[in-house]
Design a protein around this ligand. Sequence first.
Ligand code: GLY
Length: 383
Amino acid sequence: MALLNSSPRIAIIGAGIIGLSGAYELAVRRGARVSIYDTRSPGRGASWAAAGMLAPAFEAADEPGQHPRFFELCLQGAAAWPDFANELSARSGLDIGFSRVPCLAAATGSSEETRLGRIAARLTAARIEHSALTAQDILRREPALTPEVISGLELPSDLRVNNRQVVDALISALRACPKVRFVPGPAPLRSAAGQLRLEGHDVILGAAGWETAVIKVEVRGQLFNLVNWETALDDIESYGGQMLSVADGAGAPKHVVRAGHVYLVPRDGRVVIGATVEPDRVIDEPDDVAIEALRLEAVQLCPGLADAPVLERWAGVRPGTPDHAPFIGGTRTPGLFVAAGHFRNGILLAPVTARIIADQILGKEAGELAAAFSLRRAYTATA
Ligand code: GLY
């Protein structure tokens, strides 16, 4: 929907990395007036729980069941990060831990080696730089790895940021912007005469992750869920995730290391170890069994971590759609837009999502790829 008002007042509901990045793009970069509503502290949900990986190759080049153009979107996301990181650091004065050290993917068995081969083939076809590594190569780069590693990949496309510093930098840049207002609490949405309204605003952007469908709307004194104004929101499911960190030390890796579903991320003098993916679960607290299983998998990969003390354990909830790709775009309700459902790639996709949704809200051409992530898409998935 193109907006006639050249300076629309925009309400963003949800102050996670997607809502905050959208606000940054709309207000700081493009000068729109933005209010950001959240019932919780900004940036303390899934964005805080994440590990900060920007991993288009490992997480999107060969994932069964995903949107057929998801890898392209992830590549655009990765391409947007260097400028976004520089600008955000400069504007906020905060270091956001953007690291250009390539990720290493390790295989310790034949099925993982086969998967890495498929990722490499996809990267070759897309002309994305990568290197196949023998066991000796990967151990030379990362001596902390188990000698049982049989091969690997070096992935210069897969980098990392410190996600917690990113959200704090976004909050700081937004607080310094006179166009932005943070409003703690629920957005007072109303529906009257068939129109969805938030007083003082022209546009509403639902960006509340897995809770977007249950944003409340008042109709004649009664509260209803936002899903009634856009039925596609019902498709966003919760995927719990649990993680831990252990102390850094002689046996800790220097690179982000991936093997199967386990990842190790060196950060702030600790090693972050992730993550479980638990469909249909909303987890507030980590459980001992899942955390210990993850820790043992990490120790198999980096045996020197065996005695590293556990420093933190935490849990979060990822929002996932049926094709694991986000919803980005307008809805069947005039004035209501959505950016939600980023599953495992909210950090990677934050800058590109912000650019697309800002274009769409401001009535600009968002590009051909953007349309593939509309809420009205038919779900077709890769095999
Ligand atoms: N992208 C990492 C995770 O979802 O665990």
